[in-house]
Design a protein around this ligand. Structure first.
Ligand SMILES: [Mg+2]
Length: 173
């Protein structure tokens, strides 16, 4: 069950205390794109996201977009936000997470993944042993594959609640 429990749970990416992450030794932030940074049908980053990324870079973080979406979807974000992007990550696959760890010689304790899905972002991150932060999805609109994942997620959340491990809407961390 621990595999499904995020280290922190926040309403959205703006409710996260990034200074605290820095003080805890985090050097690299992997951001999920769809419904974490922007609603899944938005083609460019909002002003708020642009400002947040500037702030995170100033704080010294290596900010990376880490998405299951394809290269074309990520192109504009890469261009405007000027960050490295990993596409077709197939989360919860851990392959590309290890690629990041190896490329920059990070320890697990130096990397965090922030995303809106337990079945992909949290499970992948927990499997590798990096810090995981779950946010609420920005929009109810989702791809068919995500809808399938949500179905599984709802079942998992039910079990987690029964085991007193996680409650939807009860933020922590
Ligand atoms: Mg997502």
């Amino acid at each position: 069950m621990e595999l499904y429990v995020p280290d922190m749970y926040k309403k959205n990416i703006y409710a996260i205390d990034y200074n605290k992450l820095k003080n805890n030794g985090i050097k690299c932030i992997l951001f999920d794109l769809d419904n974490t940074l922007v609603p899944y049908n938005e083609k460019v980053p909002s002003k708020k996201v642009i400002e947040l990324f500037k702030k995170l870079k100033t704080l010294g973080f290596n900010v990376i977009i880490f998405s299951n979406s394809g290269k074309r979807r990520l192109r504009k974000f890469k261009e405007i936000l000027e960050v490295e992007c990993y596409y077709h990550c197939r989360k919860p696959s851990t392959k590309k997470m290890y690629e990041v760890l190896n490329k920059y010689s990070y320890n697990q304790s130096e990397v965090v993944i922030i995303g809106d899905q337990i079945m992909t972002d949290v499970v992948g991150g927990n499997t590798v042993g990096i810090t995981t932060i779950l946010t609420n999805p920005m929009s109810k609109k989702e791809l068919i594959f995500t809808k399938f994942n949500r179905l599984r997620e709802r079942k998992v959340i039910k079990k987690l609640s029964k085991a007193d491990l996680f409650y939807k809407g009860k933020y922590y961390g």
